[in-house]
Design a protein around this ligand. Structure first.
Ligand code: PMV
Length: 325
């Protein structure tokens, strides 16, 4: 019998055009397309082992045994893999991140991308990038963007089969760096799975969605042409729009802390003085400050001096999810 184990590595990603709200919550088909880049140096490493002797799936996350909702979410992906591979075995899944959870970096994106790849490989399936991206999406929407390499686009799609990510440019296309200003590493109150369900309760969500194709065109062109100024303003606009929706949903989601706003204002002021830098913020208080690699040390120093910033994590543009031999 073949060895039913595999280990995969995947990077988290930071979205430039954000995913917020689903057309189909179960399948995680988004209401709008999005863009991101993978974060090099940060990763989730996941081993999947299908074994005869198991009575149920098991999950070890950063050396802790996980039960309940966390395990159910993993089993959901394993069930899909078992169905595709016609396999009846339960699996032992062990996963670790080399970056802190709750640091404003979506650990679920890296985790589900690594899980999709490791589980399908361990089950003997040979899925192409598109099929892997769709499988990862079923675990966490943004995970589909961590499958392909570098700068990736996720098409919204109308059906399960046409909502997936692909690379629009490799990591070496543009030497960008994400300096993540950690303001609080406390766990967020309302996570993104629930947040996506609340998006439609905001009267601003319709406007955000209807303008998305325009922002997507501008963002794609700016990335491909390495047009930093245009890129900076469209990415900040898109992040602000998502947070406007969050703040006006019911219940309202306020992720920003006073220090978040302080970083945002400082970044805008630095850019006005000629420094290539902009911000984008996910579902938490920490600020992703994007700059060119050659300016990384300067930006890092400036961020370190801001009140309320606890520490800075840095990451360049990362590659695709991959199997570790
Ligand atoms: O993939 P999820 O369900 O964790 O949602 C991610 C949502 C944001 O990080 C806020 C935006 C995005 O596009 O990554």
């Amino acid at each position: 019998m073949s060895i039913r184990t595999a280990t995969a590595l995947a990077h988290p990603n930071i979205a430039f055009i954000k995913y917020w709200g689903n057309r189909d919550h179960d399948l995680r088909i988004p209401v709008n397309g999005s863009f991101s880049m993978n974060l090099a140096g940060l990763f989730a490493e996941t081993q999947v082992f299908f074994r005869e002797e198991l009575q149920q799936d098991q999950l070890i996350l950063n050396r802790n045994k996980i039960r309940g909702a966390g395990l159910t979410r993993i089993s959901h992906i394993l069930d899909e893999v078992r169905r595709k591979a016609n396999l009846q075995l339960y699996a032992e899944v062990s996963s670790k991140n080399n970056f802190p959870t709750g640091a404003g970096i979506a650990s679920s994106a890296a985790a589900f991308a690594a899980l999709a790849l490791a589980a399908s490989k361990a089950a003997g399936l040979d899925l192409d990038e598109r099929a892997l991206s769709i499988l990862a999406r079923h675990g966490s929407g943004s995970a589909c963007r961590s499958i392909p390499s570098g700068f990736t686009e996720w098409t919204d799609g109308k059906t399960d089969e046409d909502s997936y990510s692909f690379s629009i440019a490799p990591p070496e296309h543009w030497d960008l760096v994400d300096c993540v200003a950690i303001i609080s590493s406390g766990h967020k109150g309302i996570g993104s799975t629930q947040g996506h369900r609340l998006a439609e309760t905001s009267p601003l969500q319709k406007a955000r969605i209807s303008d998305a194709p325009r922002r997507i065109e501008i963002c794609r062109k700016a990335i491909l042409e390495r047009d930093f100024e245009t890129f900076a303003s469209i990415v900040e606009k898109d992040s602000d729009l998502m947070h406007a929706v969050m703040m006006t949903s019911n219940p309202a989601l306020f992720y920003w802390k006073p220090a978040t706003l302080h970083v945002m204002e400082s970044v805008r002021a630095w850019r006005a003085k000629g420094l290539p830098v902009f911000y984008t913020i996910d579902a938490g208080p920490n600020v992703h400050v994007i700059t060119l690699k050659e300016k990384m040390n300067e930006v890092k120093r400036k961020l370190e001096n801001l009140e309320g910033v606890q520490k800075i994590l840095t990451a360049g543009v990362g590659g695709a999810a991959r199997i570790l031999e």
